[in-house]
Design a protein around this ligand. Structure first.
Ligand SMILES: *Cc1c(COP(=O)(O)O)cnc(C)c1O
Length: 497
């Protein structure tokens, strides 16, 4: 028999593999079905961590043994965002449908950088669906990326290319350029926009952070003034980034107002709608993001409010020519043939900096086909209603109070007798360690606040009632526990003895 080094299975092993895989899949489906019965999060014990400090394996092991290791050392210690009381960050919860779609995509192992195969058609289907959802022209151009951080970065590159078209920045770079490009965003903007300014060579100091009002949305009048001042100083305003759903509190900028200014001033209007943009799927929430349809580009994530398994960010651009101009390149092996597998007009690699890329579109296609946008929109709306319920419960509480307006699904709150936020921090860590609820701490106006971001489609109104009880108990525990400063003072005193 011919010797091979293939890493498919030996012929007699396929059936065993099939049985073991079925069982592993059954266990994973049950894991999702019973998500709410487990702790939200568990600290991985030393034994589990040690399993991932081993030497590079040389010998082979049985698939079943490796599966057993997965069950024992990995599965119990995941992030926890499948659980309904995971509210720490803007994370989607995943769905069994999305999981299967992702497995099927892995089976096909399609490379979606380009070429003539059906996965590319599925990608373009998602682009036209999203154009429809956001009220963009049907020929709008879009591409999957890892997340909104990268989508926001790509938007800067497209806007930069658009602004400097005549200067051929792709060839010459920014070195020795006369003009100085200036971008604008609310002070509540996600940090990735600042990072995008750094990465694009434009420099973070050329991002003007415009003051926000009491709803934490950009003060449009201040935007106007900043643009005028910069023009007067001989600088070149080129981009304004609006936020649809800020990461800290879910605030939504006045997108129509920003669009008016961008139109008048000839600026590229980009929207960071990482999670909030998908509010368009709910007829009730859609008016909150009015003006989204006027953007030049939008960054958003399917892995947050649409619960598609990680990762699935998206970058949508109104003008397909402007989009291609920033990225399309010529390389001999990427040239297009009139027929065959290398045929095609535009490939995804013309629209971003990735060449090899997976078939992310399949899990979005499955999710939207199976649930439909009506149900997905209701699901988004439900999280906002649950957030309002939580807000009411906190407003009625003697211990806690609301720290920021609740626009969508994020509730920020603090403790009444906790000026430095020390108790808030303690409560968040305590609830993590007890596996009861995952919250996060953010800083609002200089003071730590507890942040509950309700994304999970498995969350219910009654979970918030349970959660309020957990919070009250945690607050009592935190007040009884010695404060870190007291511990420090006591140890200093002891040391002095
Ligand atoms: C989550 C988020 C981002 C970053 O998106 P990733 O998918 O994590 O890269 C950017 N902006 C906002 C408003 C977000 O909520």
């Amino acid at each position: 028999m011919e010797m091979t080094s293939e890493i498919d299975l030996d012929p007699e092993d396929w059936d065993k593999f099939r049985d073991e895989s079925h069982r592993a899949l059954d266990r994973m489906i049950d894991y999702l079905r019973h998500a709410r019965e487990r702790p939200v999060w568990r600290q991985a014990p030393r034994e589990a961590k040690a399993r991932f400090c081993q030497d590079l394996p040389v010998a082979r092991r049985d698939f079943s043994e490796v599966l057993a290791d997965f069950e024992k050392f990995i599965k119990p210690y995941a992030t926890g965002n499948t659980h309904p009381l995971f509210m720490g960050w803007a994370h989607g919860a995943g769905t069994p449908v999305g999981m299967i779609a992702d497995m099927l995509a892995a089976g096909l192992n399609a490379n979606c950088g380009g070429r003539n195969h059906i996965a590319i058609d599925v990608e373009w289907q998602i682009a036209s669906w999203m154009a429809q959802a956001f009220g963009f022209p049907p020929d709008a151009s879009g591409i999957f990326v890892t997340g909104s951080s990268i989508a926001n970065f790509l938007s800067l590159l497209v806007a930069r290319e658009h602004a400097l078209e005549s200067k051929n920045v792709r060839l010459n770079g920014l070195q020795g350029m006369a003009g100085q490009l200036i971008a604008y965003a609310s002070r509540e903007v996600h940090n990735c926009v600042r990072q995008a300014m750094e990465l694009s060579g434009l420099g973070a100091s050329n991002l003007r952070l415009i003051d926000a009002d009491e709803r934490r949305t950009m003060r449009i009048g201040e935007l106007d003034k900043a643009i005028t001042a910069d023009r007067r100083a001989g600088l070149e305003p080129f981009l304004v980034v609006g936020t649809a759903g800020s990461v800290d509190t879910g605030a939504i900028d006045d997108l129509d107002g920003i669009a008016d200014i961008a139109d008048r001033e000839g600026l590229w209007f980009h929207i960071d709608g990482a999670f909030g943009a998908l509010a368009v799927l709910s007829p009730r929430l859609k008016p909150l993001v009015k003006g989204l349809e006027r953007a030049d580009s939008i960054a958003f994530d399917f892995h947050k409010w649409l619960h598609v398994p990680y990762d699935a960010g998206y970058f949508l651009v109104r003008d397909p020519v402007a989009h291609r101009r920033a990225f399309a390149a010529e390389a001999a092996y990427l040239s297009r043939a009139p027929r065959g597998l290398a045929a095609g007009d535009i490939w995804p690699c013309d629209l971003g900096s990735d060449l090899s890329r997976g078939f992310r579109a399949l899990k979005i296609w499955f999710t939207i086909e199976v649930f439909g946008t009506e149900r997905l929109g209701q699901c988004i709306e439900q999280t906002c209603r649950i957030a309002q319920h939580l807000q009411k419960r906190i407003e009625a509480s003697e211990t806690f109070f609301i720290r920021a307006p609740v626009t969508l699904n994020i509730v920020c709150f603090g403790l009444k007798d906790d000026p430095d936020g020390q108790l808030a921090r303690e409560i968040v860590m305590d609830l993590h360690e007890r596996g009861e609820a995952a919250l996060s701490v953010t800083i609002l106006d200089g003071t730590p606040a507890i942040r509950a971001a309700i994304f999970n489609h498995r969350a219910r109104r009654s979970d918030m009632d349970d959660f309020i009880e957990m919070l009250e108990c945690a607050a009592r525990r935190a007040k009884q526990a010695p404060r870190p400063n007291d511990v420090l003072a006591a140890s200093l005193k002891n040391a002095g003895r």
